[in-house]
Design a protein around this ligand. Structure first.
Ligand code: NAP
Length: 318
């Protein structure tokens, strides 16, 4: 029997923040995947028409449905061999049912749940981190209930494009308008990043390497750098010295605790930034090579900073 190669792909959540990069990258992959379908909500189908029309002209099929409807999802799974979920945090719990239906389906062989972020099983503290709870629940459900389906988690660490923004000075970030940088501790803590376009590239590379990817949490990274190196690159590209403010990690933790207590939705972001600053993205070796991608295939810090100075992930066109 020929080895499995994904040919009929269904993307759920493919119009979202990271889903757009994944959908665009899969659609434009060379050689192309024979069938790429997006499952999207009625709301998105009526609000993001220009984007959907563009993708349709590039070969995307679109199914409009409700991800909480078993009959809609089962119908969308018909004939599909690979499902990629990029649903947002608000939809992570819905994936238990998406997985149950995929396990029941006659055709689905491979499922990539919505991860595309922090390593949720990095160390002893990971099990108790608030933002990880729903993703951990999905992994537990898979361990206990999924027997037939192959599953792969694509663990990308922070998106550089978003990480450079500040959601609290005490949690780090960069402001190209005012030329200000906010660093945690001495700015020497290394962080492994993916650019958002490289997330798309890594997902395509995963699809090209089924056997190596089945049953794994793949740790992938565009580059590993310190915040001081990011600052130096910004200064080089803008041609001026930036104003720098430094905050000890316990100031980050104080904002984190306060925001969780107040129910501030930005608390999730601060917790993740604290985890990244503490070394939560560092490995002896990542899985880039497993997927056949080397530094020459991926964005560099220089490219990522340059892109961030001329564009914004919110306004990128796909
Ligand atoms: N590493 C990082 O720095 C980073 C940053 C952001 C996100 N992430 C991760 O990336 C994954 C996707 O997050 P995202 O921010 O890209 O997602 P998002 O933009 O919030 O949502 C993605 C899509 O999911 C679909 N969806 C359906 N039901 C939903 C529900 N109940 N709640 C939310 N979305 C629903 C929607 O698509 P339709 O309307 O087309 O159905 C939506 O556009 C998550 O696992 C998240 O943790 C990582």
């Amino acid at each position: 029997m020929a080895p499995f190669a994904p040919s009929k792909i269904l993307i759920i959540g493919g119009t979202g923040t990271i889903g757009r990069y994944i959908t665009a990258s899969i659609l434009r992959a060379k050689p192309p995947f024979p069938q790429v379908t997006l499952f999207t909500s009625a709301n998105t189908a009526t609000t993001k028409t220009a984007q959907l029309d563009k993708w349709k002209s590039e070969g995307l099929s679109v199914i409009v449905g409700d991800i909480t409807s078993a009959s809609d999802v089962a119908a969308a799974y018909k004939g599909v061999d690979t499902v990629i979920s990029a649903v947002g945090r608000g939809g992570l719990h819905v994936q238990l049912e998406l997985l149950r239906l995929a396990e029941e389906s006659d055709s689905v062989k491979w499922f990539l749940p919505s991860e595309f972020g922090t390593d949720i099983e990095h160390n002893d503290k990971s099990a108790n981190e608030k933002p990880h709870q729903l993703k951990l629940k999905v992994r537990k459900y898979i361990r206990e209930n999924i027997k037939k389906l192959n599953v792969t988690y694509v663990v990308t660490g922070p998106y550089f494009d978003m990480w450079v923004e500040t959601n609290a000075k005490e949690a780090g970030g960069f402001n190209p308008e005012t030329k200000e940088a906010y660093l945690i501790d001495d700015g020497e803590g290394k962080i492994g990043f993916c650019t958002m376009w490289d997330v798309g590239k890594f997902v395509v590379a995963t699809l090209r390497h089924p056997e190596e990817s089945f049953g794994k949490a793949l740790k992938v990274q565009s580059f590993v750098v310190t915040p001081n190196q990011v600052l130096a690159e910004y200064e080089k590209q803008t041609g001026v010295k930036w104003k720098v403010e430094k905050f000890p990690l316990d100031r980050t933790e104080a904002v984190e605790a306060k925001w969780w207590e107040e129910g501030n939705p930005k608390a999730t972001g601060v917790t993740l930034r604290r985890i990244w600053a503490e070394g939560g993205t560092l490995y002896e070796k990542n899985d880039n090579e497993v997927l056949g991608l080397g530094p020459e295939d991926l964005d560099s810090l220089k490219v990522a900073v340059k892109r961030r100075l001329v564009t914004d992930w919110r306004s990128e066109t796909f």
